[in-house]
Design a binder for this molecule. Structure first.
Ligand code: GP9
Ligand code: MN
Length: 634
């Protein structure tokens, strides 16, 4: 084949077009982004362009063609790695990478089997543009003369790329007003400004939050404090101190969602033990209780329970802010003479727990080194729940009392693997392997809990304790909607997805004779004040955003980390307002006052965390230490 002469900047043009088309194809094949109209489709199509024009365009500053080409190839490789990393991350977390999670690399090793399940040979497709560029370089005869691009041409080129950016932002502003200023939702950002610009935006946001701590002087606390004080709920007199001086046992139930409770799978009861608790006379069972976690998953639920503050919208607060001052539930209980500790048979640095538990004043962390993990006793992420509870009770029996012991289960974790010998119910039959296996591991966890209660009784730890158990976050993501809709026999609309974020909460007070099913809307943020009041501890000075579930003043308003919320009458999710009772979409004005409050509350919580504001707060007196901070500075 005779090679013809191609124009000087053909490789640049080919690189831009190849990466552009690939990125657009990746949007459609690798991410589950809802595109509702033609305009959104157009925005999605053009959004990679401005960045690609810019980044590849920098090659115009190179004088030697070789250097120029090398720059283009290296850039395409780096961009492909970024795109691919996002695709793999998305398979696992249904979310886009944000900078703080890159510092969670110690987690990636532990993801082991789960990550391996998420990488396929066909992934070579993510590097298609690199291949195209290299082939073009080899086969096309492109002018290879030493060239200097005229500054005027370069200028016009970059003006054009800026114009594309402004067109993109303009269209996004029409489609989604205030996208950049009010966004809690990464998907919305990627859909509108594109994955590359999103990463730049994320970089900007993260450095801003670093700067926020440096700039905070405590004066921000005045407004936050006013809000927190005005929204405190007084304890219920009958319940306050009901479990005084008892041991506190909190169990985090991995990936447990409420839809399995009091439900069956092809005639098999899934959670017989927990079902019995829902009707138990010593148990409060909350059936409209929601998780409020973000990307930090289990660790976010821990953060909510310990601090009654929201986790962050980007990355796990366990990672990003383990250097902060907190006033945790553990800190309060330490002061009451409790021994506070965590039982969790995993690597201690997972979720940066070893660091964060220190910041949370937890006295001891019994990690995997405190357990005997035989091969027979390990599955999926490590020690099986039955053995975990069994060994934990032995440890608990040795602890000084009263204690606050928090146990974090593991077996019911994606990808929900379970040995055949441990399977008591069959798999479900749907197109989702994940959901199919989920019922079995949930059923296994339920059995483990029953044995745990039995063990506690045998060791004499039961009577004098209060046991609080909650689902940490969803287990079945929206990627499995088809299978879920088959199981639940209804379409999984965004409204249903929001309702599926319900996780069980049990508050079990042995021999108290108090208990019932509570249908009030509540969330993980409410757990801490509820527990502390039951144990007879005042929280009126605590910097917390949740409220005691037994209080008359507890409001039915649960805010999700993405700015969505649920009240007793409304569900707001993905920017749509629904009537909670009928699931019918209603005018957004109905939701507006709550939308504003959700943003306000999340904002206050973010301010506390990003500014590390609790270092300016004296929990004992409730005083703001602003003046002292000013003095220190002088
Ligand atoms: C890891 C366990 C699971 O120690 O808590 O974490 P998750 O992936 O559910 O956040
Ligand atoms: Mn979890």
């Amino acid at each position: 084949m005779k090679k013809k002469n191609w124009p000087t900047h053909s490789i640049l043009a080919i690189a831009i077009v190849a990466t552009w088309i690939k990125t657009y194809a990746v949007y459609h094949t690798s991410f589950d982004m809802e595109i509702e109209n033609i305009m959104q489709q157009v925005i999605l199509f053009i959004n990679p362009l401005s960045f690609l024009l810019f980044i590849y365009g920098l090659s115009l500053f190179f004088k030697r063609p070789k250097a120029r080409n090398r720059y283009i190839v290296i850039t395409s490789i780096i961009l492909s790695i970024i795109v691919y990393a996002n695709a793999v991350f998305y398979r696992f977390f249904t979310d886009f990478i944000t900078i703080p999670v890159l510092f969670q690399t110690s987690n990636f090793g532990d993801l082991g089997a789960s990550a391996a399940e998420s990488i396929f040979l066909t992934d070579i497709f993510y590097f298609m543009d690199v291949v195209v560029i290299i082939v073009a370089l080899k086969w096309l005869k492109v002018g290879e003369k030493f060239t200097i691009v005229k500054p005027a041409i370069r200028r016009s080129y970059f003006v054009f790329s800026a114009a594309v950016l402004f067109l993109n932002l303009g269209l996004s502003e029409i489609e989604r007003p205030q996208l950049l200023t009010r966004s809690f939702d990464r998907e919305m950002l990627v859909k509108n400004i594109g994955s590359y610009n999103y990463h730049l935006y994320d970089l900007y946001i993260q450095s801003k939050s670093h700067a926020q701590r440096a700039l905070a002087d405590g004066s921000e606390l005045v407004e936050v404090n006013n809000y927190v004080r005005s929204s405190q709920a007084d304890p219920n007199e009958e319940m306050f101190g009901l479990a005084e001086k008892r041991n506190l046992i909190v169990v985090s139930l991995e990936s447990l969602q409420s839809f399995v409770i009091n439900n069956d799978m092809n005639g098999h009861e899934i959670t017989p033990f927990m079902n019995s608790l829902t009707a138990d006379e010593d148990t409060f069972y909350y059936s409209n209780f929601y998780h409020q976690t973000g990307l930090g998953k289990t660790s976010d639920s821990e953060f909510l329970v310990e601090n009654s503050l929201y986790p962050l919208s980007g990355g796990a607060v366990f990672f990003t802010h383990s250097g902060n001052t907190f006033h945790s539930m553990s800190e309060s209980l330490n002061e009451e003479g409790y021994f506070t500790y965590i039982l969790h048979p995993n690597n201690k640095s997972f979720w940066n727990r070893d660091m964060m538990y220190k910041a949370l004043d937890i006295q001891k962390y019994y990690d995997e080194n405190s357990y005997v993990v035989n091969e027979d006793d390990a599955v999926n992420w490590g020690l099986k729940d039955i053995s975990f509870f069994d060994q934990s009770v032995d440890l608990m029996a040795e602890m000084p009392q009263p204690f606050y012991s928090r146990l974090i289960t593991l077996t019911n974790h994606y990808p929900f693997t379970l040995d055949v010998a441990d399977q008591n119910i069959p798999e479900y039959d749907s197109n989702s392997n994940t959901l199919n296996k989920y019922f079995q591991t949930v059923n296994y966890m339920d059995e483990a809990l029953e044995l745990f209660f039995k063990d506690l009784k045998e060791q004499g730890l039961y009577e004098n304790s209060i046991i609080v158990m909650y689902g940490d976050h969803y287990g079945i993501s929206e990627n499995h909607n088809k299978a879920m809709s088959q199981y639940l026999e209804k379409e999984i609309t965004p409204y249903e997805s929001a309702k599926l974020q319900r996780v069980p909460l049990f508050v079990h007070i042995p021999n108290s004779g108090v208990g019932e099913e509570v249908t009030e809307v509540a969330g993980q943020i409410d757990v801490r004040p509820t527990i502390l009041h039951l144990l007879g501890l005042e929280t009126s000075k605590d910097m917390q955003l949740g409220a005691d579930l037994f209080s008359e003043e507890h409001e039915e308003f649960v805010v999700f980390r993405d700015g969505g919320f649920v009240t007793d009458e409304l569900v707001y999710t993905k920017n749509v307002c629904y009537d909670s009772a009928t699931a019918v979409e209603i005018a957004v004005e109905n939701c507006q006052p709550y939308i504003d409050r959700a943003i306000q509350e999340l904002g206050y919580s973010d301010q506390i965390i990003n500014g590390d504001l609790l270092r300016f707060y004296d929990l004992k007196t409730g005083n703001l230490l602003i003046e002292e901070a000013e003095k220190e500075e002088q």
